[in-house]
Design a protein around this ligand. Structure first.
Ligand SMILES: *Cc1c(COP(=O)(O)O)cnc(C)c1O
Length: 358
């Protein structure tokens, strides 16, 4: 049966990417060797990481002064590595508390300097994106989470900030065009929108580094990765390769504008059904709805049908739709690689289910 993968992460990858990755795992470019058994210092991998960096620069439109780094440790490592590299003890960083991941970033940053939470939607279970808050001019940076994977909200417009923005883009990285110059640092765990788990992309404005007094272990100093082209130690070779394949796929499919067009169309199919269907309702402020993670629940009086609907999605090959425990209901993650046909299949099932139950 055709599967529709709505998992939040690790998540769906483009079918041609998986096919190519499968080939590379067995026999890379007809060499009679797997990419998994090739040296990270050999010409094959050098070509891979150079192309990946060049494509990242081209697809985003990164200006001079920005470096792309390939790290391990997940986005969760960036929760502390960013303040460790950017914030001195006694200095202040501003944070927007817009979800579970933002909250974890706040907790970790407190170990390195003063953290000022300038906005929060925690009291309302993170069901909206705070706007119009003051950003202190003397903050070292403003930390934002562009898409709140668990709660299904997304920043559709970044605030004008007097200080560089540090942004966790894990779950909407490369899903739409953005102006890189407002960011001092961007990080994204690959497993939502780019590649397999095991690699984290960091894009950093180089001139922001080297200003902290503390000792930085080599592996936790962004400058090490800049100097060594992410090859100070053995990098996650295969996840980087698969990420390169996705970058090629993005370029071929219209770049970030193409991704945005696809993502808007897909999300509209689902939100229209949620709004139209008497059984279901959304869980977030309408203007902050995420194009990546669509969260919805059943109207209270039909709540007893939740399990039955989930069973039906599974019977129809739909995977990963159970909502996160902090929201309940359902979450359809419809990242870049998710085809519109899968989103349509879910919307059709919702419509059909309502017809049978009402
Ligand atoms: C998944 C996710 C994380 C955590 O990523 P890891 O790579 O598992 O550490 C952090 N932030 C956001 C927005 C996420 O979606």
């Amino acid at each position: 049966m055709k599967k529709h993968n709505f998992s939040a992460g690790p998540a769906i990858l483009p079918a041609p990417v998986l096919k190519e990755a499968g080939k590379a795992a067995v026999n890379y470019q007809g060499m009679g060797l797997s990419l998994l058994e090739l040296s990270h210092r050999g010409p094959e991998f050098t070509a891979i990481i150079e192309e990946a960096n060049a494509l990242m620069k081209e697809i985003i439109g990164l200006p001079e002064g920005y470096q792309t780094l390939w790290l391990s440790g997940g986005a969760s490592t960036q929760f502390f590595m960013a303040p460790m590299n950017l914030l001195n003890a006694g200095e202040t960083a501003a944070y927007a508390d817009t979800g579970t991941w933002a909250n974890k970033a706040i907790k970790e940053a407190k170990g390195f300097g003063n953290v000022q939470v300038v906005a929060s939607s925690k009291e309302q279970n993170y069901n909206f994106i705070p706007k119009g808050y003051k950003i202190p001019r003397d903050a070292k940076y403003l930390h934002l989470t562009s898409n709140n994977t668990i709660f299904g909200t997304q920043l559709h417009k970044f605030p004008k900030s007097p200080v560089p923005i540090v942004c966790d883009m894990s779950s909407d990285f490369l899903s739409r065009p953005f102006d890189p110059t407002q960011f001092g640092l961007i990080y994204a765990g690959a497993q939502k929108n780019l590649g397999p788990a095991g690699v984290t992309v960091v894009i950093v404005r180089e001139d922001l580094l080297g200003t902290v007094q503390r000792h930085l272990p080599s592996m936790l100093d962004y400058r090490t990765f800049i100097q060594e082209n992410s090859l100070y130690n053995t990098p996650p070779v295969f996840p980087i390769y698969v990420s390169l394949l996705t970058l090629r796929w993005i370029k071929k499919n219209g770049g970030l504008k193409g991704m945005q067009r696809r993502n808007r169309t897909k999300a509209a199919v689902l939100y229209q059904e949620i709004d139209r269907n008497p059984l279901f309702k959304g869980t977030t402020a309408v203007e902050d709805r995420s194009l990546m993670n669509v969260c919805f629940v059943m109207e209270e009086k039909y709540a007893s049908l939740e399990k039955e609907f989930l069973k039906e999605t599974e019977a129809n090959g739909m995977v990963g739709l159970k909502g996160h425990r902090s929201v309940g209901g359902f979450r359809a993650s419809i990242y870049n690689a998710m085809p519109k046909s899968s989103v349509q299949a879910l919307a059709d099932l919702m419509a059909d289910f309502a017809k049978r139950k009402m």
